[in-house]
Ligand binder design. Sequence first.
Ligand code: FE2
Length: 207
Amino acid sequence: MPANEILNQIIALISSFEHPGVRTFKDNLVNWGDQWKAVSLQWLPVANLLPSDLHNGIVRLTKRDVTMEEIAHLLGLFHKYKDQLHWEQSYSKADKAVSRAMLAGYGFAEIIGKNGPFLSDRIRCGIGIWGPHISYPKHRHQAEEIYLVMSGSAVFTLDGSTSMSAFPRDVIHVASMRDHGFETQAQPLIVLYLWQSGDLREKSTFV
Ligand SMILES: [Fe+2]
């Protein structure tokens, strides 16, 4: 199953991270479970934003950078298998806080979680993509979350005031029920997201 390769690379990437916000996720990721099920294929155009040429503006390495190499490898696998994944959205037009631009330009594909393909009630993990200049309004959820930026950049806002720019290899840690949102910049933002604790398919509440 192609997702096996993706799963193994996610574990390799996260295992290589020493960021304090990542540490608590490692155990749950390595011990995600032992069952899988096939997911139905579902396409979203946003998957076309996955880079096909990792050396074209994605990774310019002047010296050996293991983390960026792991990220590039994972992005390559997502690109290779993009039409064999289940691309979905959490929000719809009924969610007034979410702009049309975001609905037209975002999506995610889960690799580990309650719906599979790798079944877990301990951890949720997948790839999220947002097109350029999209605002993801501030929201909150019970689960603790990390976003690992793999490509592009965004300005994240936590709580009322803290803003920070995030670039590839940066990790944004979001504690349970902490307000968070972001605005993508000129390039599409591609993240690996992980959730743990709480309802792993909870729909976020907008602030
Ligand atoms: Fe979130």
